[in-house]
Structure formats: C-alpha cells, structure tokens
Design a protein around this ligand. Structure first.
Ligand code: DOR
Ligand code: ZN
Length: 353
C-alpha cells in the first residue's frame, strides 16, 4: 500500500521572492506548498521602511494573481535593518501588522547586503525598541571580517556578536537564520528562551564535498556556505529532534543560471519546488517522519507566536523517484532548480483548501 503522511500545511520562515519578472516566475512554486512565508527584504534597493514593505507586499499579491496562482498564500513582510533605520518606523510597521520581523545583514555578508550593519552598537536603539515591542530579529549569522575563513564565519559571528548581544539584550527574540554548524545548533540549544533557528533543505542533504569534489558545482554555492559532513549531521539531528527551537526556512533564493554559472557566481539555491520532497526523504531516512510536522508546520508559528495552519498537506511515498522540472523560465533567462543529489521518493499529493 502507498505510504502517506498528512501534516498541517507548512510555512516557509525564510524566503527570497525577488521582484518584477523573477517574482512572477517563482511565487507560484512557494504558494503551491506553503501557506505563509517570511519574505526577505534584500531587494535592490532594499525594503527599509514601512512604506516600502506595504508596496512590496502589494507587488507580491499582484504577482500571485498575474502568475495565475489561486493558492492561499500570505507573505509575512520584513524590514531590512540599516544604520539609518528609524525605530519609530519599525514599531509602527509592526503595530500596523505590516511586518513580522526585521532582518539584520552584516554589511557585505551576502547578496545585496551592502546597506547592512557594520556594528551592533549603531543599531542598538532600534534593537532595544524591538525588544520592548516584541518584534523578532532575523539574523544572517556570519562575520564579514576579511581575515576570517569563510567556513568559520558562522562560529566567529556567534562568539563575537550573537552571544554578547544575547547578554546585552536578552528580551530581544532572535532567529539565527539558516544555521549551518554544530556550533550554531549547540548555541541555540543552550538558550532557554527567545532564540530560534531556521534550517534549509540544502544544508540538510549536502556537505561541502558535494559542492567541491569532482568539479565545482555553482548551483550548490550559497551563504552561509555548505559545511563538513559532521555539521550536516548536527543539522539533521536538530531538525528531527522535536526541539521547538528549530524550524524550516528554505532560503529559496533564485538567481538566473548565467549569474551562477559564472567566473564570480552568485550565492543562492532555488529549492521552493522540491523542499517538501527533500524534507520528507531526510526525515524518512532518519526514521523521524513523525517529527516532520513539528519542524515544517508547528515550531515556526510557535516561535513567531502565530496559529498553526488549518489546511493540511498530504505527502505520498512512491516506488520510483519523483521527477522535478530541472529549470524554470524567468523572462528571457532561466533558473536552475535545486538538485538534492539523491533520489527522493516523496511527493506532495495534495494541499487541502
Ligand atoms: O545564498 C544566499 N542567497 N544566502 C543569502 O543569505 C542571500 C541569498 C540571496 O539573496 O541570494
Ligand atoms: Zn536568505
């Protein structure tokens, strides 16, 4: 008999939808599976004010319509924290229900992060206002000092920036976005409250050998960079452990193929299409299918203090590997779909209305 698994409909707590043609090209893939998503603000120019977030949210709704998507999908907006951010604007955006969180990019850490933060001191008044108003901070947790090796950037960030910030402002609720190391997992586990972490599907199935042995695979290049196998295993343990502090954030981040297959390729993996199949396979292989709902559909709303979804998703295990489109069109260009590098036997069979 076909094996089935029905869970509350999942949400994506970290998603890049971009803008314009790219937005129209990718939004349907996320809406087909996820009921809500935290939308990253690293557009060019970034989403920095309440007014920007209102306008971007409207463009996402229009793109849903023009791309013919009829699925219910709620974008949960974020603001991009800069050293000029006005605390009153952040508080107003949250009070008006326009935003769900604020995103901190260390300046220069990743795609479109040039307007990010060079020193926590410079944004302390905003962070204090956020703590006072219970507004979540999403953190890209990588140090950008040039002398720090790229594989150590998460660990050094945690030790030099995140830990001191937790001590200085323990009431501020923080998500360590796309955690990639055992150090990050251990740090989050040591925090009794106010701290969560998202985990991506690609960091659950890949280690750095997948990216670098036998040829360089630009479509696996993302930030934080994929780490050693022992770190991947720590992530799988955290995701499948029932620990409420860990939840799904796909970090689906489309770039056109020509900008990734390039002498200086962009960071980002477009995985919205096969995230749920990848996750079900990871949880199945770990004998933890009963924990998938916690990770994908329950722990995120719990951290963000929102209700879980009423709708349900049914996944089905097939005898043959599931096939996916290898690429999608984005105007005159195309985006390569994430290759999980192993057969996936689970497919999304249905999502209830
Ligand atoms: O790989 C990544 N791509 N990591 C990020 O932090 C940003 C993202 C993007 O926007 O392309
Ligand atoms: Zn991201």
């Amino acid at each position: 008999m076909t094996q089935q698994l029905t869970i509350r409909q999942p949400d994506d707590w970290h998603l890049h939808l971009r803008d314009g043609v790219m937005l129209e090209s990718v939004v349907g893939a996320s809406a087909a599976h996820f009921r809500r998503a935290i939308i990253m603000p690293n557009l060019v120019p970034p989403v920095v004010t309440e007014k920007d977030a209102v306008a971007y949210s409207q463009r996402i709704r229009e793109a849903l319509q023009s791309s013919g998507t009829d699925a219910a999908f709620t974008p949960l907006m974020t603001l991009y924290l800069t050293e000029q951010t006005d605390a009153n604007d952040v508080v107003s955006a949250a009070a008006n229900g326009v935003i769900q969180a604020v995103k901190l990019y260390p300046a220069g850490a990743t795609t479109n992060s040039a307007s990010g933060v060079t020193s926590i001191d410079k944004v302390m008044p905003v962070l204090e206002a956020m703590a006072a108003h219970n507004i979540v901070l999403c953190m890209h947790g990588e140090i950008t000092r040039s002398e720090v090796d790229i594989f150590d950037r998460e660990k050094v960030f945690i030790d030099d920036v995140l830990e001191p910030l937790r001590k200085r402002l323990p009431e501020l609720r923080i998500v360590l976005e796309h955690v990639t190391t055992s150090h990050g997992v251990d740090f989050v586990k040591a925090q009794s409250s106010g701290m969560g972490a998202t985990i991506t599907p690609h960091h659950l199935v890949l280690n750095r050998n997948h990216m670098l042995v036998g040829g360089i695979r630009p479509h696996y290049y993302c930030l934080p960079i994929i780490k050693r196998e022992e770190h991947r295993q720590a992530l799988v343990s955290a995701a499948t452990s029932d620990d409420k502090r860990f939840f799904l954030g796909t970090d689906s981040a489309p770039h056109t193929a020509n900008t990734k297959e390039n002498a200086c390729g962009c960071a980002g993996v477009f995985n919205a299409i096969n995230t749920m199949s990848t996750l079900a396979q990871v949880f199945d292989d770990a004998n933890a299918l009963d924990k998938l709902e916690q990770f994908a559909s329950v722990n995120g709303p719990h951290f963000y203090q929102l209700d879980t979804n009423e709708a349900q998703m049914t996944l089905e295990k097939q005898d043959e590997p599931v096939t996916f489109a290898q690429q999608i069109d984005a105007g005159s260009q195309h985006v390569v779909v994430f290759d999980p590098g192993q057969p996936l036997y689970w497919r999304v069979a249905s999502v209830s209305a």
